[in-house]
Design a binder for this molecule. Structure first.
Ligand code: NAD
Length: 366
């Protein structure tokens, strides 16, 4: 239901660059690449706090020297944010503290970045007051640990006993239940975005994502776990699984996710004030054990697995019901998760070969 007050003034479509906060990170840099390739001028606002993103941003700027401009700033820096928003035609908000573990270690930082930073951005849009749209990268963590859903466990996966729920997934009507400081901060930001659409008419919508994967996934502890698994498996190293490995998520390829973000921008007049679950849906539901088995088949050898405690707040099963967003934004069926993992395996292997070649040449010429 869209109960937003009307647009602030004439929409700002067609003028100024696209602003991507967190545009040096995994999703933001992929979106920047796509939009620049389509001919858009893009401004990336990022504090570069995530290790390794400077290199990704530099490569992005090399690919699009005249289309991508970077502002190194913190999302909590009101002046920098207001300046970047002042010229933007649309804002995609990806900048966030993204780790549950870090939020448990430092809830205040998590809150100031995820809630405070989002509020600063919303205020800049409200001050501008001309209907510049905002698309917010939300999370399915807003539905909590789903501990009240009865599960049946097979050797491969935990699945809902309710077969209708198993087939449909979790809809947007499911009650919100924030768990962990990260769940609270992203959930509060999600609600602020929706409320700025209602209270102030800022054209804004929320896309609640789960497990996004694909060729340009970045690895790293607590994030990009699939890329991390694959890189380690390729190197013949073991991996650590939190919990028993039967936890099920619906994977969505990054290209499909970005298509949804672009479609939300194109259709902002129809979707403002709404939140959608954005995932691969029941057709792309898979457990960690099944992913590991797939990786083992890809590399033709077993992957040694250690087990650690299940992460706090993590449901044993989460699959999003994709019907609402597909219908609202006319999205195609998502790519199968296996295609994303194959593309990721090829990228990792190509990078490894290039690294070897660089080292070989460096040694030969030294
Ligand atoms: N990737 C997923 O599977 C997934 C799933 C659900 C939700 N999300 C959401 O999507 C968004 C992007 O996720 P991602 O996977 O690309 O993460 P990422 O860590 O790769 O990117 C986040 C970017 O934000 C920047 N950043 C962090 N704190 C900042 C600050 N205070 N000021 C300015 N920039 C800051 C980082 O340097 C990084 O470049 C996040 O909001 C995340 O919660 C992602």
């Amino acid at each position: 239901m869209n109960d937003a007050v009307g647009p602030m003034r004439a929409t700002n479509a067609g003028r100024g660059p696209v602003l991507i906060t967190g545009g040096a990170g995994f999703l933001g840099s992929n979106l920047a690449d796509r939009l620049a390739s389509e001919g858009h001028e893009v401004v990336v606002l990022d504090s570069l706090v995530r290790p390794g993103v400077e290199g990704d941003l530099a490569r992005l700027q090399e690919r699009h020297p005249h289309r991508i401009r970077a502002i190194t700033a913190d999302i909590r820096d009101g002046r920098a944010v207001a300046e970047a928003v002042r010229e933007a035609r649309v804002v995609f908000h990806f900048a966030a503290q993204v780790s549950v573990t870090a939020s448990l270690a430092d809830p205040i930082s998590d809150f100031t970045v995820n809630v405070g930073g989002t509020l600063i951005l919303l205020e800049a849009l409200r001050a501008r007051g001309d209907g510049t749209p905002l698309i917010f990268a939300g999370t399915d963590k807003v539905y909590g640990d789903l501990a009240d859903i009865a599960l049946e466990s097979t050797p491969e996966a935990h699945l809902p006993a309710d077969l209708d729920l198993r087939a449909a997934g979790i809809a947007e009507t499911h009650p919100l239940s924030f768990r962990t400081p990260f769940g609270c901060s992203k959930g509060a930001a999600d609600q602020y975005v929706l409320d700025y659409a209602r209270s102030f008419g800022v054209p804004a919508c929320v896309l609640r994502m789960g497990c996004i994967c694909g060729a340009r996934e970045t690895g790293g502890e607590d994030r990009g776990r699939i890329a991390q698994f694959m890189a380690r498996a390729m190197a013949g190293e073991g991996i650590t699984i939190h919990g028993d490995g039967r936890r099920v998520r619906d994977m969505l390829d990054v290209e499909d996710a970005l298509e949804a973000f672009c479609a939300a921008w194109r259709n902002i007049d129809r979707v403002t004030g709404r939140a959608f679950n954005l995932g691969g849906g029941p057709a792309n539901a898979v457990s960690l054990r099944q992913i590991v088995a797939f990786i083992e088949r890809l590399y033709g050898r077993p992957v040694p697995c250690d087990h650690a405690d299940r992460r706090p707040g993590e449901p044993l099963w989460f699959v999003s019901d994709p019907r609402e967003i597909r219908q609202a934004l006319a999205l195609p069926a998502p790519k199968p998760w296996q295609a994303g993992l194959r593309a990721l395996a090829i990228r990792l292997a190509t990078e490894r070969l290039a690294r070897h070649e660089r080292e070989r040449v460096a040694e030969a010429v030294s």
